[in-house]
Write a protein that binds this ligand. Structure first.
Ligand code: SF4
Length: 290
């Protein structure tokens, strides 16, 4: 038996930094530590955060004044960031904010503020319900959000205005290229910023390659995590013998046989220790080549 890991897998840069920030704060502060929302879409990680003393609170609780926060408490902002309104409330309440917003998300926010100050109208491509998008656009004045090219085509732009076009970090690169081509063809007054983060597409591409050369593929991740489910979809298109497994406890060893080449991959929200536990469980039960 052989285990092959995907070339790119597991925590992305931004999530890794946010989780490290949580551990650092857990060591320093003995009480009243909060995380805004899920630091990562992974139940095991969230449970671990609760175990080391964090309380998870949601944005709605803060907006509705139903949160337990008091002056001097500490709150960690997850990698997706949060809205201007939440940030202001936290500041007014004199909460210590540990901002673990990913630098790639912050960069888009910075460009948006700068371009608006120069008089541009902002076109934002992304999912308006996604926390990252809600956070970024909340720092602007009047943002036009479009989910995709079709939506964008429905609203002709004004040729006498200046536009800046920004996107969600995880927008699909091919979709972005289609949008860029359309805008360049029809609107010379639109300045397009490519700030897509490659973490998601890199993991998907690595999974695709891996799935082609393995007998079975194990995608490790939370069953509810959209990036893990997407990885499973990619794996299944190449290899029908692919499974999404949350952790070592959930791993059913009967799906393996001694001669198999096992491919292992994981989404950007899956920590290395969960991946290792799965590998160790397989190694403990089969003869695995090193
Ligand atoms: S996916 Fe990219 S933008 Fe999002 S947190 Fe990870 S590194 Fe940052």
């Amino acid at each position: 038996m052989k285990i092959i890991r995907a070339e790119k897998m597991g925590f992305c840069f931004g999530v890794k930094k946010a989780v490290e920030a949580c551990y650092r704060i857990a060591e320093k502060k003995s009480k009243n530590k909060y995380i805004l929302g899920m630091v990562v879409h992974n139940k095991d990680v969230v449970d671990e955060m609760k175990r080391i003393g964090f309380v998870i609170i949601e944005e709605e609780e803060i907006l509705n004044g139903k949160d337990p926060l008091v002056k001097g408490d500490t709150i960690i902002i997850r990698a997706h960031g949060t809205t201007a309104e939440i940030t202001n409330i936290l500041k007014q309440k004199q909460i210590e904010i540990i901002d673990a917003t990913c630098i790639f998300v912050d960069k888009i926010k910075e460009i948006l503020i700068e371009r608006e100050s120069l008089g541009d109208e902002i076109i934002f491509i992304g999912d308006k319900e996604h926390p990252e998008v809600k956070g970024i656009v909340s720092f602007g004045k009047k943002i036009n959000i479009f989910k995709n090219l079709n939506e964008l085509k429905e609203k002709p732009l004004n040729s006498s205005k200046k536009y800046s076009v920004l996107t969600q970090t995880t927008l699909n690169k091919e979709k972005f290229m289609d949008i860029k081509e359309y805008l360049q063809k029809h609107y010379s007054n639109a300045k397009i910023f490519d700030r897509i983060c490659g973490a998601t597409s890199e993991r998907q591409e690595a999974t695709r390659k891996l799935s082609r050369v393995c007998d079975i593929v194990i995608v490790i991740g939370d069953l509810k995590s959209s990036n893990s489910k997407k990885l499973l979809e990619v794996a299944l298109t190449e290899n029908p013998n692919s499974y999404l497994v949350q952790n070592d406890i959930e791993l059913d060893l009967s799906i393996f046989s001694e001669s198999m080449k096992i491919g292992i991959t994981a989404g950007a929200s899956t920590p290395e220790d969960i991946i290792k536990k799965i590998e160790n469980k397989i190694r403990g039960n089969f003869n695995v080549e090193y």
